[in-house]
Design a protein around this ligand. Structure first.
Ligand code: ADP
Ligand code: MG
Length: 691
């Protein structure tokens, strides 16, 4: 059965019974725009109100009472307080049901009606009372507020539980019987999952706890399966078209480059490079994520891939999220490539017009073999002659769209993206599901973990003395100030003042400089340059140094108001020190008493492995929040939790890949509804066109 006409994913919620424009507006504010959103607004909890008894109520306990209303009264003992009392015969007992400040109750509850009330029982002046939390009048319709297992929803202002139950009940009545099943029936049978219609009814208005469990299983699977189908489709698409470029087998340039390096590759680096080399040699474009802890040496692996590209006479691009990082890469790799006879160009937002124009011409002519840059790389006027490899450093800072834009600068170029925020293998599969993953394990030899201390603001003086000691030994340090948004003036001011305070006080005699996101590009570059060259001893900085910055002589770091940073961010920041052979220290300064921040700082103090910290981070924040994927609209889990539901996730991924391999166009009869469903649900994202 294929649904003709409107689907629940494009029917406006406001036209549902009991909604209308005003409530529709309130619902949309909480992200419920369509009937589908409404039906998939699942309860956060349930209250079992099905076990009502005729008597034996215990004072102080919650109960549900069913009975007939024998009388009613209203009292106004003082201004602003209205008490409505209903006398109820439950069969064995007489009780008084009490409502506070709900005068409208009298319109609904009248003498003679049969009612169920749920609330706390108290004994008061020899009278058994029940303070009504919720009630339902028996009028022959299906009960939704009492007398059963009742759903408790996440709420928004202006809409309460009773109203939401009513709206969802009418949505189910209107739509429930005409929802097509879209998961292939063979799959439902194999995993013993209920069908859409019954499952939706069961998750909202279940008859038993077992029904809830079964319905939840279905929707968790459904959500993960559909997401994995998207991922599998993207992956497939990147695998159907062969790439045009073929790299020559000779690796003379690679050998020469390796001989120029002042170190030998670690096992992790060699392993990752082998995997990349294999991909590059294959007929289809590479789509690979290179992950490795901060300082594990990802750059050199990227350079090897770029050398491979230029050795065949092709071009390679390297995109980095900040100007500081782009420039650092440029300075790092320029010498090597020039020794190999390859021109390198740097393209950033702050470039002079003339210089930019000249560079663009050379890139378009293919004269510049390697182009390093920021977002400036993906602007419309940047044209490559024969781009064969696109590398994105710290790709979690970019959206999927930017990745796609860079890819479009070439004809099916090989793509290599890196991240220093390692995430567990299976999660990588969901977040970057269309990518293969290489992991550099371990750090280059000789690195010692950064010794981390947590201290209060009153101990700052001691911290600054330690920094000064390091400087006298010829080393450098960072002092990081929080700046949540680069536009937050207050924070900026704090950083400027801190620098002044330090250079005239605790760090007098040291060269203290400042670096923040509001400085002009050339100011940033020169500040970074002076620090890199050792002219500056201590850099007071905002988080602009967070990713990638590599100055091995920096051996000490202090983070001010450390509680304002997330765990992943703190780990990134700390990764700026301990990059050389010198033992390094990191002081996290915080006066916060919050439980969560204490947990985070303690994790930082005791754990140095980025993989372990990433797992802690997931526990704390939930995977939806990592890497800003929530904003980019890639992942939005309503009911599934990739960490908790890891096993289901694995199954869903396997099934999705199998289905896409077997029927890539979703042409088979059993997959037609699935194509339709995906198209409807994701139309706004414009991922692909099928169905
Ligand atoms: P990240 O993985 O964080 O991007 P980088 O590529 O910036 O790390 O490397 C961190 C530092 O380690 C750099 O100074 C780099 O020169 C150095 N490095 C990289 N590989 C090795 C190695 N095999 N042995 C010693 N030092 C290395
Ligand atoms: Mg890096």
């Amino acid at each position: 059965m294929k649904l003709i006409g409107g689907s629940l994913w494009d029917s406006d919620v406001q036209y549902l019974k009991n909604v209308g424009p005003r409530r529709g507006y309130l619902l949309k504010k909480m992200g419920i725009s369509t009937v589908g959103d409404m039906l998939y607004h699942f309860p956060r909890d349930y209250d079992n109100r099905s076990d009502y008894k005729p008597g034996g109520y215990v004072s102080g306990e919650k109960a549900t009472v069913r009975g007939v209303v024998a009388g009613l009264e209203e009292k106004k003992p003082r201004k602003g307080l209205t008490i409505t009392r209903a006398f109820i015969h439950s069969g064995m007992e007489r009780l008084v049901a009490v409502w506070f400040n709900q005068p409208f109750i009298r319109k609904q509850v009248t003498v003679g009606v049969s009612i169920l009330v749920t609330g706390k029982v108290t004994s008061f002046h020899n009278e058994l009372q029940i303070q009504v939390a919720d009630y339902e009048i028996e009028d022959g319709k299906e009960m939704i507020n009492s007398g059963r297992i009742v759903p408790i929803y996440p709420l928004t202002g202006g809409i309460n539980q009773r109203l939401l139950r009513l709206i969802i009940k009418s949505a189910l009545d209107e739509w429930g019987h005409r929802l097509p099943e879209f998961i292939p029936s063979e799959m439902l049978a194999r995993f013993v999952l209920p069908e859409t219609g019954p499952a939706l009814h069961a998750i909202h208005f279940p008859d038993s706890l077992d029904e809830i469990r079964m319905a939840r299983r279905r929707f968790i699977y459904e959500e993960l399966f559909i997401h994995q189908l998207m991922v599998a489709l993207m992956r497939k698409r990147s695998r159907v078209e062969k790439k045009k470029h073929v790299y020559p087998p000779a690796d003379q340039m690679e050998k020469y480059f390796l001989s120029m390096l002042p170190f030998i590759l670690t096992q992790g680096q060699t392993g990752a490079w082998e995997e990349i080399k294999k991909d590059m040699g294959g007929p289809y474009p590479m789509n690979r994520l290179l992950q490795g802890d901060v300082g594990s040496g990802k750059t050199v692996v990227c350079v090897l891939a770029m050398i491979r590209a230029v050795s065949g006479g092709f071009q390679a691009a390297l995109m980095a999220p900040t100007e500081i990082l782009a420039e650092q890469h440029y300075l790092n790799i320029k010498g090597y490539f020039e020794a190999l006879g390859v021109q390198v160009g740097l393209i950033t937002g702050g470039m002079k017009k003339k210089a930019r124009k000249d560079l663009l011409l050379k890139i378009a002519a293919g004269e510049t073999g390697v182009v390093v840059g920021t977002h400036a790389l993906i602007q419309g006027d940047v044209q490559f002659n024969r781009l064969a490899l696109a590398v994105i450093d710290e790709q979690h800072r970019f959206g999927v769209r930017q990745r796609a834009l860079l890819r479009d600068k070439g004809h099916n170029p090989d793509m290599l993206v890196t991240t220093a925020t390692p995430i567990p293998r299976t999660l990588a599969m969901t977040v970057y599901g269309d990518l293969d993953v290489s992991t550099i394990r371990g750090l280059p030899p000789g690195r010692k973990p950064v010794k981390t201390f947590v201290c209060s603001k009153s101990q700052s003086g001691m911290v600054y003395r330690e920094i000064k000691k390091e400087v006298t030994l010829g080393r450098q340090g960072y002092i990081v100030c929080p700046l949540v948004e680069e536009s937050e003036k207050v924070d900026l001011q704090a950083a400027v003042e801190l620098r002044e305070f330090l250079s005239s006080g605790p760090l007098a005699g040291c060269v203290v400089d400042i670096l923040h996101g509001r400085m002009r590009p050339e100011e940033k570059e020169s500040a970074m340059g002076r620090f890199r060259d050792g002219e500056v001893d201590v850099l007071v900085s905002t988080t602009v140094i967070e990713v990638g910055v590599d100055v091995p002589n920096a051996a000490i770091m202090a983070v001010v108001d450390a509680e304002r940073f997330g765990l992943a961010q703190l780990h990134q920041l700390r990764g700026r020190v301990g990059r050389g052979a010198v033992p390094a220290r990191c002081y996290l300064i915080s006066d916060s008493r919050g439980e969560e921040s204490a947990y985070r700082l303690e994790a930082m103090r005791t754990i140095s492995d980025g993989f372990v910290l990433a797992e802690k981070d997931l526990e704390l924040r939930g995977p939806g929040e990592m890497h800003g994927t929530r904003q980019s609209g890639d992942i939005l889990y309503r009911i599934a939790d990739p960490v908790r539901d890891l096993r289901t996730l694995e199954v869903a991924a396997r099934e999705a890949r199998r289905l896409v391999d077997d029927d890539p166009e979703f042409k088979k009869a059993e997959n037609v509804n699935l194509a339709w469903e995906i198209k409807k649900r994701f139309s706004g994202l414009g991922f692909f066109s099928i169905g």
